[in-house]
Design a protein around this ligand. Structure first.
Ligand code: ATR
Length: 263
């Protein structure tokens, strides 16, 4: 079978090596390529993908929302999130899914999610995907964002707070997640929160995996909090995409090892 990831820019994506490691482990001769689509050409996406005769593809920045207008069908959860990172092609029909939030949840240590108090920093597409996945498990969700605009049109109910009021909510949070690009390689290197009044039993998570240690996680470790970086989410979202496309179980262990080698 043939797969790809589409995005712009895309040359640094580790998805092809990660998926090829899984194919080799399972004895498959499937292929997975990175396709850089210039945003001005995106309206040709159906023709471009048809040329490559793909069975499915991942979608990354900046096309996760725009892709939705080109789909024949959208899974309910992805529809609620308003973003798609996985497209399965069946007899020419494009079906959209989102494995970002479920991939994040799979990366957590075993814990009770029903009633968990989750505090998300950032209100973009990644935040919405994670919030939606937690909602289905009955978690309580608070979103802290720099600006109110981005939170205005959320498709489901969450507690919305300004980032400046995070202290009050961090005291009650079981899990704090940075979903913003702050701390990413090439982005500004500061922690968005100093964990001054955090619940001492809270887990602190990033969705960033390059670098594997961000200022946000370093600051949390300095406060003796348990931390999780974004590597698990990256591997699990890819593994879940593969499972949607093929119905086979992905080898997450091999995928993780391969990505770690390239970091
Ligand atoms: P994605 O789809 O990957 O989640 P996005 O939609 O661009 O990315 O959203 C980025 C999020 O990071 C937004 O919530 C953004 O805050 P604003 O809505 O106020 O723009 C947040 N963000 C980006 N840079 C930030 C910064 N320097 N400080 C605080 N929040 C930041």
């Amino acid at each position: 079978m043939k797969f790809a990831v589409i995005g712009h820019p895309i040359s640094h994506s580790l998805s092809p090596v990660m998926h090829h490691a899984n194919f080799r482990s399972l004895g498959l001769d499937d292929s997975y390529i990175a396709l850089d689509i210039h945003p001005t050409h995106f309206h040709h996406i159906r023709d471009i993908i048809a040329e490559y005769e793909l069975d499915g593809f991942n979608v990354t920045i900046p096309f996760k929302t725009e892709i939705m207008t080109y789909l024949d069908e959208v899974d309910d959860d992805a529809g609620e999130i308003g973003a798609v990172n996985t497209v399965k092609i069946v007899n020419g029909r494009w079906i959209g899914y989102n494995t970002d939030g479920t991939g994040f949840i799979e990366s957590l240590p075993e814990m009770e999610l029903d009633g968990l108090n989750v505090l998300l920093i950032g209100a973009g597409g990644a935040s919405r995907a994670i919030a939606q996945a937690f909602k289905t498990y009955g978690a309580g969700i608070t979103v802290a964002n720099r600006t109110a605009e981005r939170m205005a049109d959320w498709p489901f109910a969450v507690t919305k707070i300004p980032l400046t009021e995070i202290d009050e909510y961090a005291k009650l949070a079981d899990l704090l997640i940075n979903t913003t690009p702050v701390g990413m390689s090439g982005f500004n290197a500061c922690s968005l929160y100093d964990f001054k009044s955090v619940n001492p039993a809270a887990i602190v998570a990033e969705i960033i995996y390059t670098p594997s240690m961000t200022p946000f996680l370093l600051e949390a470790e300095r406060r003796n909090l348990q931390t999780i970086n974004g590597l698990g989410m990256f591997v699990n979202q890819g593994a879940q995409s593969f499972e949607i496309w093929t119905g086979l179980k992905a080898d997450r262990h091999i995928m993780t090892k391969k990505v770690q080698q390239h970091l």
